[in-house]
Design a protein around this ligand. Sequence first.
Ligand SMILES: [Zn+2]
Ligand SMILES: [Zn+2]
Length: 179
Amino acid sequence: MPNATPAQQEAARKDWDTYFMDIAYMVSTRSRCPRRHVGALLVQGKKLLGTAYNGAPMGVADCSEEGCMIVEEWEQRAAEGGPEMVKKQRCIRTIHAEQNLLLFTDRNDREGSTVYVTDQPCWTCANMLANSGVAEIVFHRGYPKDSDKVGRLMEQKGIVFRRLDGYEPPPQAGLAVTD
Ligand SMILES: [Zn+2]
Ligand SMILES: [Zn+2]
């Protein structure tokens, strides 16, 4: 905006949430699991301290080379008329973005930090994040399968857990999602 006033320039400037979520989406483009590309960041006082995406361990064949490794499992859910069993499918070849983020950051850096992640964490990642020192988790796309129990966990732990409403990811970020 060459002729914009300072106020217009300020209004057009990305806010911190958008700034960090854009970065998380760019990180997610490194993922090679066709089911879902997830990016996660560790942010401490507006400083970026780590980035991670979902993928196989370094040096090991990934989903694009050997295909996803799909497992099915049953989970008990509350329903009208009593609990019912629901079947879930997932790819277990990859380490999830949030888990990789924990593997590549220090505990001291995580205390009181914020994690930005493109997707609402699954139960396992949420459980690990809950024990990681993180104080806030900001996500964009929902993950309805685990949403209720993850929300309850975050409430119990007093972790700020918020979805970025009205956010638009950068168009370059491939939006692969298969549930
Ligand atoms: Zn996969
Ligand atoms: Zn996960």
